[in-house]
Design a protein around this ligand. Structure first.
Ligand code: 1HN
Length: 347
């Protein structure tokens, strides 16, 4: 770059000063910041240990009811975004508690939601007139603008990880929500109806999804997911970077199960490790089962079952399994792909 004299620099600064009152700024002073050579995630890598989370969640259960709270959730708030209810730049996550007999009342909103079940056997979510019982490890999806409520018909607490695209929808300033005029939405179809129509490798003739771009399967039961992962791991050598990974698919078009959040699950065999990979999407990882060590960017930590991790975009990630690990992920990858800027690198 040619040297700029003090006088020239002063002249430029004076010019910039006269731009500000006109709400203008010179691009050449900020170009490298707004379009850097590599993505720079603002979010921090962060681990929430279930051993720390669970007692606080149960304490919240003694402070207010699910109905009072509308959703009794402890938000996993990234320390780089204080007060913003973000787990990563684009994703919200939190842990929700429903005590026996409680109802989280029906409502709907423009953000899409997913739930990954953590504990309890008798919790349910109802979406648009159909209910599904949620068991540990099940993935339940709630499409944008679909009525949904939750309950617990057992005698033990029910807890799950919520994942929503709130910060992403918020970026577009398109977050709306509406309360229903009753605690629960009427059920119009028997439990298992969606699964029968869409979840068995069969589809209704001329099928279209009742929920637009979201999968019509609204519970991906862990029992099947786990069996599919284990059988896949038996059938082929693991990928160096992805071990054995299966993604949750929309059976209507084979795409991701949700239009804004990609979800997948990875099996890493005990005693093995993955090779670092990085990608532009930011993600939330939740340990369904197992114990191991993770390296994410500069951070190294051990993890165990039911822990949750914020993985910002473009951070190298790799995992060492001390026991057989089943790692659930959701990310904004689907949006990166649709908009044409998804990139990844493998070591
Ligand atoms: C929501 O509707 C749920 O339905 C959970 O369980 C978390 C966070 C913000 C806005 C809506 C739920 C939520 C939420």
């Amino acid at each position: 770059m040619s040297a700029v004299s003090k006088a020239e620099q002063a002249q430029r600064e004076e010019f910039y000063g006269r731009l500000a009152p006109h709400s203008m700024t010179p691009l050449w002073e900020v170009l490298k910041d707004i379009v850097p050579p590599e993505p720079r995630a603002k979010a921090a890598v962060h681990l929430w240990r279930y051993a720390d989370v669970r007692p606080l969640l149960l304490e919240a259960g003694g402070l207010l009811t699910a109905e009072e709270a509308e959703r009794r959730v402890l938000v996993f708030e990234n320390p780089s975004y204080p007060g913003q209810s973000r787990t990563t730049a684009t994703l919200y996550s939190g842990i929700q508690l429903i005590l026996p007999g409680e109802t989280a009342p029906a409502h709907r909103h423009t953000p899409s939601a997913l739930r990954f079940m953590i504990e309890g056997e008798k919790g349910f979510t109802a979406v648009g007139g159909e209910r599904t019982t949620m068991r540990e490890g099940d993935l339940v999806v709630t499409p944008a603008w679909a009525w949904h409520d939750h309950g617990n018909e057992g005698d033990a607490p029910v807890a799950w990880l919520d994942g929503l695209d709130i910060p992403m929808v918020g970026f577009f300033e398109a977050v709306f929500m509406e309360g229903y005029n009753d605690k629960r939405h009427a059920l119009t179809r028997p439990e298992g109806d969606s699964h029968a129509r869409f979840g068995e490798g069969l589809l209704p003739l001329n099928a279209t999804s009742p929920y637009g771009q979201t999968s019509p399967i609204f519970n991906y039961p862990y029992e099947r997911t786990r069996a599919a992962l284990l059988a896949s791991a038996e059938g082929a050598e693991p990928d160096p970077h992805e071990a054995t990974t299966l993604r949750y698919a929309n059976p209507v078009d084979g795409g991701w199960a949700m239009p804004t959040m990609a979800a997948w699950i990875m099996h890493v065999k005990a005693g093995t490790q993955t090779v670092p990979i990085r990608s532009t999407d930011s993600m939330v990882m939740h340990v369904a089962e197992g114990r191991g060590q993770a390296t994410v960017g500069e951070d190294q930590f051990s993890f165990s079952a039911k822990d949750t991790v914020a993985v910002p975009g473009w951070h190298w990630r790799s995992f060492t399994a001390l026991e057989d690990c089943f790692l659930f992920f959701f990310s904004d990858r689907v949006v990166h792909e649709k908009l044409g800027f998804y990139r990844e690198e493998r070591q």
